[in-house]
Design a protein. Structure first.
Length: 272
């Protein structure tokens, strides 16, 4: 059953909660630069995530761990300058919040003041409770992230589906309820069984955004470069490619090279 979509001029954290209440799914994509953010925002996306996945997508690192707070602020500020409608959520990078709630607050404040972002996202549950509370007490909106948490990849040792066993599933549900209780406005669930994600979405009043978490959650997020096919080696089950820009761009570049080398570009009409 389709739900009538309300036209929102500006998406806020309250908007997302209202959308869940009305049964309207939430759309979320990543962006790391001004040009891509302007296109994504202009398409009508609800949430733009300035993810620490920039470490992989923009810098070529194997994991999200190397990206720094300064680099995240740079990417986020580039995105914010392009935005007219979307809610911009910024990842706090690894090492900037886990060990000390005071450091977590300092990191969140820097992101909000220096980038102009609208909210921050942190990975983890009970382990980072005090950091989340400290940030929320300062009036900064927080989105949680549970399931596969890429900043903990060396702890997990694999990118496989999380919370398949009962013990981990129960911990995930407890962490989700905890994050809601202390004031998070939404939670991302990454690579968890669809049935578990559906249970969490049903039991919580805040939106649950899935990536590899089935269709019974309140919204979906993908990495933009993956869904438009700019990347081509990464092929997880949850990824749907809506374009094959890798092939189209490669073809365009080859045509340009041929035209330059043959003298066909620029033509008479393309010079002064």
């Amino acid at each position: 059953m389709s739900i009538a979509k309300k036209e929102y001029k500006r998406i806020t954290t309250k908007t997302l909660v209202d959308m869940k209440k009305k049964g309207e799914k939430i759309s979320m994509l990543t962006a790391y630069d001004f040009t891509m953010a302007k296109i994504v925002d202009g398409s009508g996306i609800d949430v733009i995530l300035v993810g620490d996945s920039a470490s992989n997508v923009m810098a070529g690192h194997e994991t999200t761990l190397p990206i720094t707070l300064d680099q995240m602020i740079y990417h986020a500020s580039s995105v914010v300058r392009a935005i007219e409608r979307s809610l911009v959520v910024v990842d706090i990078p690894f090492g900037s919040y886990q060990s000390d709630p005071k450091e977590a607050l300092r990191s969140a404040i820097r992101i909000m003041k220096e980038s102009g972002g609208h909210a921050v996202k942190l990975e983890g549950g009970k382990e980072i409770k005090e950091s989340v509370k400290r940030i929320l007490n300062a009036g900064i909106p927080v989105m949680g992230h549970l399931g596969l948490t890429p900043q903990s990849i060396y702890k997990f040792g694999t990118y496989t589906v999380r919370a398949k066993e009962d013990e981990e599933a129960e911990k995930l549900k407890a962490d989700a309820k905890l994050l809601e209780k202390i004031g998070c406005f939404a939670i991302v669930l990454e690579k968890v069984p669809a049935k578990l994600a559906a249970e969490v979405a049903k039991e919580l009043t805040i939106p649950i955004i899935g990536i590899g978490a089935g269709n019974e959650v309140d919204g979906q997020v993908l990495v933009t470069h993956d869904m438009v096919g700019m990347t081509h080696e990464f092929n997880p089950r949850f990824l749907r490619r809506y374009l094959d820009l890798y092939a189209e761009m490669t073809g365009a570049f080859k045509n340009y090279i041929d035209d330059v080398k043959s003298g066909n570009f620029p033509s008479d009409k393309e010079q002064y």
